[in-house]
Design a protein around this ligand. Structure first.
Ligand code: F6P
Length: 371
């Protein structure tokens, strides 16, 4: 491919702390090379409406590294391969508009696209790359469930928020001798629950990777009671589910993934009924996605942005930048979207949790847990 003159950048899917740091890093790194940068507002949707394409200069990215959200906006609707359109009869059908998008890209003389997003956005980026668009992906998601990278930016901030909340809930749980069931995000992976749960010395951690038996969870509560520990902290990933049961879905819109949520209420109700212990629910929800990125996420995001620009300069496309400490490397987009990155049950953090006696509801718990 010839000399790069103009690149575009998009942020897609749910927001994650660190998006603005990537945008700043891409823009400044590109300007160093005398490239123009076009920001696409509202994810890929912006390419269907050229008024949503905005030039990004040094001033546009001033002072944004530490700010949550994204100056470009984002959406988890508008997948160009399955775009929801209203038919004459009022029904909504999913239409492939990807060719239209590729055409806009060419018409606007954009030489390369930096696509920042999670698994959904990387799948779209891969599809567009297969249609000939020169794309470099940047892995974002609080869920940390993208393959090919050790970590996605946004995860560290979400874990920090969850850990802080769990620390605070400890004292009120102990004061009232209650069970606190805290639901965290993460979709089909238990990374946030595991990391925040272990760091905050939770007694019970329920993750999608280990279907749980509620009786074993209740035994843990009663065992603590018998040992004079009259409160219990349980962290429940939104995708956790009982053995033989389903994940709890709280909603679904056309063209979007199912919305998970509500398992904590079920767990708390079952604990209260079976143990007689007053049980309360806290759902952390979008608090985990808002606000300032941690230092780790900022630095990772800045490194990813600069690496994406170096990758474009090297003429390497259809790849995603990825963290493989201590370096940032690239992996094929095909590999990144080939499978979800779940918590490995033999990972060091899992083994640590087992050694600390955390209950995963699967009957292999140790003796001690929590505080
Ligand atoms: O993928 C990030 C995430 O926050 C998940 O943890 C959660 O299930 C989902 O997005 C929530 O999406 P929305 O913002 O559409 O409610």
């Amino acid at each position: 491919m010839g000399r790069i003159r103009r690149i575009a950048i998009t942020t897609g899917g749910g927001d994650a702390p660190g998006l603005n740091a990537v945008i700043r890093s891409v823009v400044l790194s590109a300007l160093q090379r005398n490239w123009e940068v076009i920001g696409i507002r509202k994810g890929y949707e912006g390419l269907f409406d050229t008024s949503k394409l905005i030039p990004l200069d040094r001033d546009s990215v001033r002072g944004i590294t530490h700010i949550g959200g994204t100056i470009l906006g984002t959406t988890n609707r508008g997948n160009p391969f399955e775009y929801p359109m209203r038919c004459a009869d009022g029904a909504i059908s999913l239409v492939d508009r990807s060719d239209e998008l590729v055409e806009t890209f060419r018409r606007m003389r954009i030489d390369a696209l930096v696509a920042i997003g999670g698994d959904g956005s990387m799948r779209i980026a891969h599809g567009l790359a297969e249609k000939g668009l020169p794309v470099v992906g940047v892995p974002k998601t609080i869920d940390n469930d993208l393959s090919g990278t050790v970590i996605t930016f946004g995860f560290d901030t979400a874990v920090t928020v969850a850990t802080d909340a769990l620390d605070r809930l400890h004292s009120t749980a102990e004061a009232h001798e209650r069970v606190m069931v805290v639901e965290v995000m993460g979709r089909y992976a238990g990374w946030i629950a595991l990391h925040s749960g272990v760091a905050s010395t939770a007694d019970v951690i329920l993750i999608p990777e280990i279907p749980f038996d509620i009786d074993i969870v209740c035994d843990k509560v009663l065992d603590r009671e018998a040992r004079g520990r009259h409160f219990t902290i349980a962290v429940v990933a939104e995708g956790a589910h009982p053995v033989g049961g389903e994940m709890v879905v709280s909603g679904k819109a056309v063209g979007q993934e199912v919305r998970l949520g509500g398992i904590a209420e079920q767990v708390a109700a079952a604990i209260e009924e079976r143990t007689g212990k007053e049980s309360r629910v806290v759902r952390l929800g979008h608090l985990q996605r808002g606000g300032r990125p941690t230092t780790f996420d900022r630095l990772t995001a800045l490194r990813f942005g600069a690496a994406a620009v170096r990758t474009i300069e090297a003429g390497i496309f259809n790849v995603m930048v990825a963290l493989d400490p201590p370096r940032v490397k690239t992996v094929e987009l095909a590999e990144a979207v080939s499978r979800m990155k779940n918590v490995p049950l033999d990972s060091d953090t899992m083994l640590t949790a087992r050694d600390l006696g955390v209950c995963f509801g699967d009957g292999t718990d140790g003796e001690e847990a929590g505080t």
